[in-house]
Write a protein that binds this ligand. Structure first.
Ligand SMILES: NC(=O)c1ccc[n+]([C@@H]2O[C@H](COP(=O)([O-])OP(=O)(O)OC[C@H]3O[C@@H](n4cnc5c(N)ncnc54)[C@H](OP(=O)(O)O)[C@@H]3O)[C@@H](O)[C@H]2O)c1
Length: 431
């Protein structure tokens, strides 16, 4: 069966390489396209030296099915140079790059796609892509995944022909604009072969909403402690998932997190989707804790509990995961320091410009889109507004402190009006 036909992967990061290896088992041609940049130049040079062969290695034997190699025969430097006949476009670029990438593709290439698959979208991305295609006179199936299936990085630390996948999720979600389509079923089968369950949901937006970072990153990153650690000059290291003062987690931050979940759930309901039980999602799709730490009955009843009890349980969840509760303790009784994920500060990128790390840069785009959706749907979102105000305040201050040093666009307050306009139109036309 050849449900996906010829597959073009857009993006030249680690996710693109692991996806190529995963999809290479399907019949049909495999191509890859990237923008012209220093990173992609290094990537394409590496592929030239291996005659197009890419490799995925795994860290744990339990993920062996994700390892492999494949040959990517057709490689396009610059999206404008893509030619040929492609049935499936797999977007592995960040969600804020979907529109710039689609725009650069020649109209006949865009018109040829039967479907567009979004591997790492955010809430509204499916509507955005559908609307852009519609405005160009095409109507491809749009499939949104909840999140990328693994944890993949460059094997040598810099762009090349090999990646290392250090982890894989047991379960992810996907939804198509054409329901449980043959292509979606094929993608589910491909994921099954590598041990990841692909749960199919009725709508793309429901899959987009099943991404834990949408629920936890705004509160974890757009607070005073984390913003200082990201933007202050030479801050001492602090940790994303540690309790105050080693990290940002306080009862008031947890209050914000739970309030934001409530606002996001209301937005999702207004979009026709079904909300998630936050605690159950954290424990069953993220990291589990012992029943001694959180009673499974409380997990099941989470959505009905009073707010203060919900906040208590989420705080207990983070406290229980300061160490990996399922790791083997050392001789002196210490468990693996699971929460020691440093907050990365601003850095100089490959072009020598000051840049903001992916977290919270990606979270800014996602949260602004969520805020725009809330406004459009007339759903109040005071917590989201407050988080964005804090982020934009820190961003503006940091930009001022850098004076005339070169810095990326990530230091500007943005409204992402173009993306939002298209998402609104996409939602309107789907209704
Ligand atoms: N790697 C993981 O384990 C993992 C896990 C979960 C989620 N994800 C998500 O999956 C996505 C891809 O991850 P990755 O690790 O492969 O990331 P990456 O190395 O940053 O690659 C992303 C790709 O997007 C391109 N890109 C970024 N901004 C662009 C723009 N404005 N226009 C055109 N292209 C643009 C990059 O091009 P350049 O190289 O030229 O910058 C690169 O080809 C991200 O959204 C990430 O958050 C990744």
């Amino acid at each position: 069966m050849d449900e996906l036909g010829n597959i073009l992967i857009a993006g030249t990061g680690p996710v693109a390489v692991q996806s190529a290896v995963l999809l290479a088992s399907l019949p049909g041609a495999l191509g890859i396209a990237g923008r012209e940049s220093e990173r992609s130049a290094a990537f394409f040079a590496a592929l030239d030296s291996t005659a197009g062969t890419v490799r995925a290695e795994v860290q744990n034997a339990s993920h062996a099915a994700l390892a492999g190699r494949c040959r990517i025969e057709q490689r396009f430097r610059g999206y404008g140079s893509v030619a040929g006949s492609w049935d499936t476009l797999i977007l592995t670029v960040t969600a804020d790059a979907y529109l710039p990438v689609l725009r650069q593709l020649a109209s006949e290439v865009l018109a040829g796609f039967q479907r567009i698959v979004l591997l790492s979208p955010t809430l509204g991305s499916g509507a955005l892509v559908r609307e852009y295609a519609r405005a160009q006179g095409t109507d491809p199936e749009v499939i949104s995944f909840s999140s990328y299936l693994g944890d993949t990085r460059w094997a040598q630390g810099t762009p090349g022909a090999s990646v290392l996948t250090a982890g894989a999720k047991a379960r992810i979600y996907a939804g198509s604009s054409r329901g449980e389509s043959p292509a979606l079923q094929r993608l589910r089968a491909v994921h099954e072969t590598v041990g990841t369950e692909l749960n199919i949901l009725p709508l793309p937006v429901e899959a987009e909403a099943r991404n834990l970072s949408l629920y936890v990153h705004p509160a974890l990153f757009m607070n005073e402690v984390t913003l200082r650690a990201v933007f202050a000059a030479a801050p001492p290291t602090q940790y994303v998932y540690k309790l105050y003062p080693e990290g940002p987690i306080t009862p008031s931050m947890i209050h914000t997190l739970v309030q934001q979940w409530r606002e996001l759930s209301a937005i999702l309901t207004a979009l026709g989707g079904k909300g998630v039980n936050l605690l159950s999602f954290m424990l069953h799709d993220g990291y589990p804790v012992h029943p001694q730490s959180i009673d499974p009955a409380h997990v099941a009843a989470f959505e009905q509990l009073p707010a203060i009890h919900q906040e208590y349980l989420i705080y207990v969840r983070y406290a229980s995961l300061l160490v990996d509760p399922f790791s083997e303790p050392s001789a002196d009784g210490r468990y693996f320091d699971f929460s020691a994920i440093p907050i990365r500060p601003i850095f100089r990128n490959d072009s020598g410009h000051w840049d903001v790390p992916r977290m919270p840069k990606e979270d800014y785009y996602r949260t602004k889109i969520i805020q725009g959706l809330a406004r459009h749907l007339a759903v109040p979102c005071p917590t989201i507004d407050h988080l964005l105000d804090a982020y934009e305040g820190a961003l503006t201050q940091a930009a001022q402190a850098l004076g005339d040093q070169p810095r990326s666009a990530a230091f500007s307050v943005q409204d992402f009006a173009e993306d939002l306009g298209m998402i609104r139109a996409g939602i309107g036309s789907a209704a």
